[in-house]
Design a protein around this ligand. Structure first.
Ligand code: SF4
Length: 184
C-alpha cells in the first residue's frame, strides 16, 4: 500500500525491505486484549520476570489504532467474534495476529456451538502457539518467530509475487472438509 507499491525492484528494494523489516519487528505494539485464561500468561509475559520490554513491546496499547499485533489469548465465543473482527479491522497496517493457545487456534476442548473453532475463521493468523495455557517462555518464543517472519517480509513487487504464490498454494491445498482426521 502507498509507497510500498511504488518501490522499484532489485538491490534497492532488498535494502529497503531489510531496513523496514528490522524497524517493524523492533517496534511491535500489541493490542490490550485478553479473552480467557491464556490472557493471564500473556499478562505475566509483560511483567518484570519475563520482561517483554526487552523486545521494545511492553506497551500494550489501549486503542487498536495504535497497535499492530493482536495476541488472541483465549477461546473466542460466537458472541465475541464480531468484536474481535472489529478490533482487528481498526488496527493499523501492516498488522499481525498471534493465536495463543489451543482454544484460540482450534476451539480446543470446547468443541461446541458457543465457541469459534479457530480464530482463523474470522481473521487471518500469522502464527499459532500450541499449549493450554502456553507458558510465557512459549509466548516469547512465538513472538521471536514472528519477528523472523516480519524481518523477511517482502515489499513492492516482491510482495505481489509472494501474495500470488500464497494464493496459488491455498487454491491447490486439500479442502478441510476432505481431510481425514481423528473424528472422521
Ligand atoms: S488454551 Fe487452556 S488456558 Fe488457554 S483459554 Fe483455552 S482453556 Fe484457557
Amino acid at each position: 500500500m502507498g509507497i510500498e507499491e511504488k518501490l522499484p525492484s532489485g538491490f534497492m528494494l532488498t535494502s529497503v525491505e531489510h531496513l523496514a523489516g528490522y524497524m517493524r519487528k523492533s517496534s511491535l505494539w500489541p493490542a490490550t486484549f485478553g479473552l480467557a485464561c491464556c490472557a493471564i500468561e500473556m499478562m505475566t509475559t509483560g511483567a518484570p520476570r519475563y520482561d517483554l520490554a526487552r523486545f521494545g513491546m511492553e506497551v500494550f496499547r489501549a486503542s487498536p489504532r495504535q497497535a499492530d499485533l493482536m495476541i488472541v489469548a483465549g477461546r473466542v465465543s460466537q458472541k465475541m467474534a464480531p468484536v474481535v473482527r472489529q478490533v482487528y479491522d481498526q488496527m493499523v497496517e501492516p498488522k499481525w495476529v498471534l493465536s495463543m493457545g489451543v482454544c484460540a487456534s482450534s476451539g480446543g476442548m470446547f468443541n461446541n456451538y458457543a465457541i469459534v473453532q479457530g480464530v482463523d475463521h474470522i481473521i487471518p493468523v500469522d502464527i499459532y502457539l500450541p499449549g493450554c495455557p502456553p507458558r510465557p517462555e512459549m509466548l516469547i518464543n512465538a513472538i521471536l518467530e514472528l519477528h523472523k517472519q516480519i524481518q523477511s517480509m517482502p515489499l513492492g513487487v516482491n510482495r505481489v509475487a509472494a501474495v500470488k504464490a500464497a494464493e496459488a498454494a491455498a487454491l491447490a491445498a486439500t479442502p478441510t472438509s476432505q481431510m481425514k482426521g481423528l473424528l472422521r
